[in-house]
Write a protein that binds this ligand. Structure first.
Ligand code: HOZ
Length: 429
């Protein structure tokens, strides 16, 4: 039965008058699945309540930050307490030192940490450091990886760009885009070709250690270790974009799971507990290139603002407790197994890619290992599946090319209800 959406439709119409495309970030507009997006009234634990009063089991999780579930009481209390002390001062606080220390303690290469306000800023700044450190301008990224919307990185990008089929963005100067080389994810040969063809041209190779912006695509065994070796042999840096994976797959960075040796990493999402945040972290020698210690300028009025930092600190404290990542792994595995079984029961082509609490159900293709194979999925089938799930009370990311995010708030009953909904949705399609 179709859920009521009169209020969301009315809000959508109103938003279209004053907000480009009615949303403040493109994927939210449901363009890939059609219809007026659900406007959200509130979130609690694993659930959202939309503007029409529908209760939904949520797997968007704010695209990653909501690893504890929505409005966790301890995080709410920390933010409320901080709000009473002031939102932002334009001056350093002890809280920022505490968060940098906590990140440094969890991530071996994070000798120094610079907080910013978004993953986009983190990517932009990581590139600037790499270019300054190497005296080179070129970068290599991977088709379908997304590192925020800064000019240099919005080339063959995943996430909203892939969803909307606009991987190369209007308004990015050609001369700038020409500095970005694009390789297929998991292809060392393509990276080697670029590095060998233009010695001393490439400043950095940037990669999501686990790709999660073309749907979830794990790295091939040894890929990241060899990628770092390759980059370093050619005098280039390796930047791991851990905006999604940082503190998601383990307490710390995911690069350690895959035996990678990055020079810099980008963080975001979870370290801000749902408030705006980003970070660049790495060895002191590189990080000290940043102003005022060094010549690479970077700044931000709200960087390291106390509200984001308190929310992040409280979230990390809760994630540091024993058993947390085992629970996330078990929940992710339960859901992935159930979705896989639902596909098989319906006799449908598709596959489930998963790492820990991140997963994607690809429809219409049996193996996804890079951007090209992700694009072989069937977006029309996904759109039907999305709506069938929504009408059964399950909120999926509205794109085949985003990850589902499982949180600590999802109970086995929530996961099993989701699996039952998927079985019914696939069987009815
Ligand atoms: N990095 C986010 C997940 N792909 C994107 C969020 C958004 O585009 O709104």
């Amino acid at each position: 039965m179709k859920l009521s959406n009169e209020n969301s439709q009315a809000l959508f119409k109103r938003a279209l008058e004053r907000i480009p495309g009615a949303v403040n970030s493109p994927v939210r507009a449901w363009r890939a699945v059609g219809g007026a997006p659900a406007f959200i009234h509130s979130g609690q634990g694993a659930y959202l309540r939309d503007a029409d009063g529908n209760r939904l089991i949520d797997y968007v999780g704010s695209y990653g930050p909501a690893i504890l579930g929505h409005a966790h009481p301890a995080v709410v209390a920390a933010v409320a307490d901080q709000a009473g002390r002031g939102f932002s001062f334009g001056a350093p606080t002890e809280l920022e030192v505490e968060l940098a220390e906590r990140i440094a303690a969890a991530i071996p290469i994070a000798e120094k940490v610079r907080l910013v306000s978004s993953g986009t800023e983190a990517g932009m700044t990581a590139l600037r450091i790499a270019r300054a450190a190497t005296g080179r301008n070129g970068i290599i990224k991977f088709d379908g990886c997304y590192h925020g919307h800064s000019d240099a990185l919005l080339v063959r990008a995943g996430s909203g760009a892939m969803t909307l089929g606009v991987p190369d963005c209007a308004g990015v100067p050609e001369a700038l885009a020409a500095l970005t080389r694009v390789a297929p994810y998991n292809s060392l040969a393509a990276v080697e070709r670029y590095l060998s063809a233009e010695p001393k041209a490439i400043a950095a190779v940037i990669v999501e250690p686990l790709a999660a912006n073309m749907g979830v695509v794990p790295p091939a065994p040894g890929f990241l270790r060899e990628l770092g070796d390759l980059a370093h042999r050619h005098g280039a840096l390796l930047i791991c974009d851990e905006v999604i994976t940082g503190f998601r797959l383990r307490y710390g960075a995911a690069y350690e799971l895959y035996d990678a040796a990055p020079d810099l990493i980008m963080l975001g999402k979870i370290i801000g507990g749902g408030m705006p945040v980003g970070a660049i972290a790495g060895r002191a020698a590189l990080m000290d290139l940043l102003a005022p210690a060094g010549p690479v300028y970077q700044a931000g009025t709200l960087s390291g603002n106390p509200l984001s930092v308190r929310a992040g600190l409280e979230t990390l404290k809760l994630l540091a407790q024993p058993g947390v990542y085992e629970r996330l792994e078990a929940a992710g595995a339960r859901l992935a197994a159930g979705l896989g079984a639902a596909l098989a029961a319906a006799g449908r082509g598709g596959c489930v890619n998963r790492a820990g609490s991140l997963l994607t159900l690809f429809l219409g293709t049996d193996r996804v290992s890079d951007g090209a194979s992700a694009r072989r999925a069937d977006p029309a089938a996904f759109a039907r599946f999305f709506h069938a799930m929504f009408d059964r009370g399950v909120n999926l990311p509205p794109s085949q090319f985003e990850a589902m995010f499982v949180s600590l708030a999802h109970s086995d009953a929530d996961l099993d209800a989701t699996i039952a909904a998927a079985r019914a949705a696939l069987a009815a399609d």
